[in-house]
Design a protein around this ligand. Structure first.
Ligand code: PMT
Length: 218
């Protein structure tokens, strides 16, 4: 039998950006490379978990032993996550676009003499909040991320309570984080905050995976 600490546990991880189409050739996206989320998926799989990685468009290979599901827009990411519940654990590290274009054009929008078109935006569903909502399919542990450029603690704590997840990994993205191999984060739980100094995204992921394994041991 597999003696690894997360053997038999089912995990859903989201990673990367979402891509919100404007028309068939253009879209809105963000600077997430997927590195942090892919490292989390790999670290959980190394501890024996069965990991499904719901990934936005990135240029990374799927980690060994991880099942990857490609998605583009936030609405597709939400459907893919929900299709893979129930799970014991969800880790939502994707940089999900808060808005999408209302009324995606079916053909390429042409450049016209009258000036540029206006884009009307509508709010995307909050995947983390939906997964965290009480119900039979709620994972036992839901971990969110919070990318902030100021007031990390206040903003991360506000997200922890507003979205209803159990832990949040606060990420100060004002210095190099997007696309880089290093990261400095603070793990916020309901009753504590643990700052983790800057280290490789692989090491951040391994630390988080071990914390998760400890949680399930307790
Ligand atoms: O991909 P890398 O280049 O390695 O960079 C890593 C990272 C900075 C993307 C990652 O560490 C990180 O912080 N991910 C969260 C990015 C983010 O969009 O944070 P947020 O504060 O906007 O969202 C808070 C949480 O809600 C996140 O768990 C997010 O996945 C979730 N969310 C947000 C909006 C939405 N509509 N649905 C969501 O589920």
């Amino acid at each position: 039998p597999d003696g690894r600490p997360l053997a038999g546990r089912k995990v859903v991880v989201t990673a990367g950006p979402t891509f919100e189409p404007i028309d068939p050739v253009r879209g809105l996206t963000n600077r997430s490379s997927g590195k942090q989320g892919y490292a989390v998926a790999a670290a959980l799989a190394e501890l024996g978990a069965g990991v499904t990685l719901i990934s936005g468009p990135v240029a990374l290979d799927a980690p060994v032993g991880v099942t990857r599901v490609w998605v583009e827009a936030a609405v597709e990411m939400k459907a893919a996550v929900e299709a893979h519940l129930p799970a014991d654990i969800a880790v939502m590290s994707a940089a999900v676009a808060d808005w999408r274009v209302d009324g995606v054009a079916s053909g390429k929008i042409k450049k016209k003499p009258g000036g540029p078109p206006s884009l009307a935006l509508i709010e995307n569903p909050d995947i983390l909040a939906a997964v965290s909502a009480p119900g039979a399919k709620r994972p036992k542990l839901v971990v969110g991320f919070a990318a902030e450029t100021s007031d990390l603690e206040a903003n991360a704590r506000a997200k922890l309570s507003r979205k209803g997840c159990d832990w949040i990994v606060g990420n100060d993205v004002s210095s190099e984080v997007f696309g880089s191999d290093g990261n400095a984060v603070t793990l916020f739980t309901r009753d504590g905050a643990e700052p983790w100094p800057r280290q490789s995204k692989t090491d951040v992921a391994r630390k988080l995976a071990l914390r998760i394994a400890d949680h399930f041991k307790a």
